[in-house]
Write a protein that binds this ligand. Structure first.
Ligand code: SAH
Length: 257
């Protein structure tokens, strides 16, 4: 810190799954001090509206197959703005350290000697679970839960059977485009074709949807229902509990619309 004459800093803020009232108080406080906001595509208008009108906004929105700003450049941008003396708020969907590449941004700040702080956010899985009354662990159904990226390096090598199956809940982020191959891999790794699955689209946001089926039908479900990102896939017996109360789950989905 002492090397710089101005006192800029970077705060990675978890913006949660969408609804602004799911931000932490700490996140809202940090946001109110923003000189510069660097945000990605998952952060919605309701959250952006809480930023000071004076804050300069920079979008680094990424979409599948269209990377508008490479990760290294995002790190360099945060560092540059902080070294210029700004309080830089890096707003990230969900939690910064769950598939948010927050680690790489922290590394960039540390390497440059820029003070950096991380404020946790409600990850999509937690937001979805609460909104849909779908517990991720349950004394009767699951004592372990795994968060997995459906698109990442080394996916094919992963032992999916170790992550899903009896007594286990698997939550797949970024899995919609690859739903078919993911279901096939799970079954090839030994998971029963009739394992319950849920797909949660736009959890906690307007238009939130829950659809359920069985593993063998996952790709069909995604196609029939025209599921769009952002959406999560949840695999395991905990889903059966929510299937047992479909009317309730539907009502909840509509209430959020
Ligand atoms: N850091 C984020 C995840 C970023 S990866 C978090 O903790 O939630 C992006 C993926 O998150 C999306 O492809 C989708 O699978 C999931 N996701 C994010 N917001 C979501 C939402 N509101 N509803 C369902 N899935 C969501």
């Amino acid at each position: 810190m002492g090397y710089h004459t101005q006192s800029g800093r970077v705060v990675l803020v978890g913006a949660g799954p969408g609804a602004a009232d799911l931000l932490t108080i700490r996140a809202v406080r940090a946001m109110s001090a923003a000189d510069v906001v660097v945000h990605d595509g998952l952060v919605g208008d309701e959250v952006m509206a809480l930023l000071p009108a004076t804050a300069r906004r920079i979008s680094v929105a990424k979409q599948r197959a269209r990377h508008s700003l490479p990760q290294a450049q995002i790190g360099a941008l945060l560092v540059k703005e902080a070294l210029a003396g700004n309080t830089v708020i890096r707003l990230k969907g969900g939690d910064p350290f769950i598939f948010g590449r927050g680690g790489e941004e922290v590394d960039a700040c540390v390497a440059a000697g820029v003070p950096v702080e991380v404020i946790p956010g409600i990850s999509a899985a937690n937001g979805a679970a609460a909104a849909l009354l779908l517990p991720l662990t349950h004394r009767d159904h699951a004592s372990t839960v795994s968060f997995v990226a459906g698109e990442c390096r080394g996916l094919a090598q992963q032992d999916w059977a170790g992550l899903a199956g009896k007594g286990r809940t698997l939550v797949i982020y970024m899995g919609i485009a690859g739903a078919g191959p993911i279901a096939e891999k799970l079954m090839a790794d030994g998971l029963a074709p009739d394992t319950p699955v849920a797909v949660v689209e736009r959890a906690t946001q307007p238009g939130q949807r829950l659809v359920t089926s069985l593993l063998a039908d996952l790709a069909g479900l995604v196609a029939r229902e025209a599921i769009r990102s952002p959406a999560l896939i949840i695999v395991g017996e905990v889903v059966a509990g929510s299937v047992a109360r479909p009317a309730l789950a539907k009502d909840i989905a509509c209430l959020a619309c």
